[in-house]
Design a protein around this ligand. Structure first.
Ligand SMILES: Nc1ncnc2c1ncn2[C@@H]1O[C@H](COP(=O)(O)OP(=O)(O)OP(=O)(O)O)[C@@H](O)[C@H]1O
Ligand SMILES: [Mg+2]
Length: 468
């Protein structure tokens, strides 16, 4: 950007943490989130730009504010400054790279060809991924999960409401040789569970539920519905001593029994609980079993394959409950919740979602010390329970138009310069600001390419093609 005859730019830092430079507007090449190299004592120090504004006193000048990335705490005056090139950025990243796996999930926006490398070790903290519909959250999430599977040994369970990750074991035709080599072993560890019949069936066992979960399924209140509640407790106790058949058979038995069992059966039928496909018969491999130690490396819970919202809620609830119950084993597990506003909403609708939200909040607050770590993705931060969002240390923010949503994020993730968060309104698909332990400093990047096939049902996009 600099011509020989031009005067050098000069940067000053009075505290060694921030720096300021003034740039003639016609030479302004620095962007918010971009990198600046400053020559101090013969050494290049890197900063990133947080603000660019016109100088109010001289409108031919732009005032650029930055934050120092290295040599922090050492003030300097009048250091020769320039837009940092990819090599400057690469050198700085290499020098500070933690001794852990790096997940190359994409590329930096302002350092061409430099990978957006996430610190795999950051997945011992909760992560919040948000952006409006179509911003590329699910795509980005897939990229993160592929790399985690390939580069680490972390166990993962995915609540997948739109069947987006059902092909997480299948490499794309255009995946390069490197991806193929890295991913082959990981793909074998992916276990996709969906509604239906046979192996790989997604199911939950009523017998494994605790009293609160059972009552939530049947919308029973221990005080208001005390007779039916007591009948339920008794029915489950009796069933535990014999083999429990399918839900339909159990409910038929109750139907043929005297009151209050018959009322209980009636309630179950009225709620449609007997018709849910999600119940285990006597088959092994319930969600509770899959997350035990020794279970599959990665379980994709295809919630989208279940017919009703209630079944999705019971599957999500029982998974989170099972994870919390097994916390004592202290085995690290990444719990991925796509569309988290449905699983742990700010205002839960039914008793099952209320229970699921309770578990999610508990895991957000206390799960980390047991190795239970969340990765929650959503369109609307305000629609997810605030005690889940506020416990997240890592942020991936994709395109987000809503000013009020950005304000909420700015409050929660106050360590990210607001000017960087504000860029989200302009992001193109796949672009993000990443912050927290994932990266050494808040970073702009673009996710991709994916290695595996995106799932989900394709919506035809040729409807606007002129029919000639
Ligand atoms: N980085 C990217 N590179 C290429 N294609 C992308 C990228 N990000 C997203 N896409 C494509 O854009 C479409 C929408 O992306 P995606 O499904 O990830 O959005 P989303 O944020 O999860 O939206 P929603 O909130 O509606 O679920 C997908 O078809 C995906 O293939
Ligand atoms: Mg999505």
């Amino acid at each position: 950007m600099r011509r020989e005859d031009e005067e050098e730019l000069r940067a000053t830092s009075v505290d060694g943490l921030h720096c300021t430079l003034e740039v003639p507007v016609e030479r302004l090449a620095l962007r918010v989130g971009g990198y600046v190299a400053v020559e101090v004592d013969g050494r290049a120090r890197l900063a990133y730009t947080t603000d660019v504004a016109l100088d109010p006193a001289d409108r031919r000048l732009a005032r650029v504010e930055g934050r120092m990335l290295d040599g922090r705490g050492q003030p300097f005056g009048n250091g020769a400054a320039r837009t940092a090139g990819p090599d400057d950025v690469r050198r700085w990243l290499d020098a500070g790279r933690p001794p852990r796996a790096a997940l190359d999930v994409g590329f930096l926006t302002y350092a061409e060809g430099v990978p957006l490398a996430l610190d795999a070790g950051a997945f011992d903290r909760h992560t919040f991924l948000c952006g409006q519909s179509g911003s590329g959250k699910t795509y980005a999430l897939g990229t993160i999960l592929e790399r985690l599977l390939a580069e680490t040994a972390l166990r993962i369970v995915i609540l997948d409401p739109n069947s987006d990750f059902v092909r997480l074991a299948e490499l794309r035709d255009d995946a390069g040789d490197e991806a193929r080599a890295r991913y082959a072993a990981a793909a074998a560890g992916v276990d996709v569970r969906r509604a239906g019949e046979g192996d790989g069936r997604l199911h939950v066992r009523f017998r494994d539920f605790d009293a609160g979960e059972r009552a939530a399924v049947l919308r029973l209140d221990p005080i208001a519905d005390r007779e039916e509640y007591a009948a339920l407790v008794e029915a489950v106790e009796n069933a535990a001593s014999t083999e429990l058949g399918t839900a339909r058979e159990s409910i038929e038995q109750l139907w043929a029994s005297p009151e209050p069992f018959r009322s209980l059966a009636q309630r179950a039928r009225n709620l449609g609980v007997d018709r849910w496909q999600v119940w285990s018969g006597n088959d092994p491999g319930s969600l509770e079993e899959l997350v035990q130690p020794g279970g599959p490396r990665c379980v994709v819970v295809d919630l989208g394959s279940l017919e009703t919202r209630e079944e999705q809620a019971v599957a999500a609830e029982s998974l989170l409950a099972a994870l919390w119950r097994r916390r004592g084993v202290r085995e690290p597990m990444l719990i991925v919740i796509d569309e988290a506003h449905n699983v742990c909403p700010a205002a839960p609708e039914g008793p099952l979602t209320a229970l699921a939200t309770e578990h999610a909040v508990r895991i957000a607050g206390e799960g980390r010390k047991f190795g239970l770590v969340l990765l929650a993705a959503t369109q609307r931060p305000q629609k997810v329970h605030e005690n889940v969002v506020s416990q997240c240390d890592n942020l991936v923010l994709m395109r987000m138009n809503s000013r009020s949503d950005l304000a909420v994020l700015s409050e929660t993730f106050s360590f990210v310069p607001p000017s960087l968060l504000a860029l989200a309104a302009e992001f193109r698909q796949g672009e993000a600001v990443v912050a927290g332990k994932l990266v050494p400093s808040p970073t702009l990047g673009r996710f991709g390419p994916r290695w595996t096939v995106e799932g989900g049902a394709d919506v035809p996009s040729d409807w606007a093609v002129p029919s000639t």
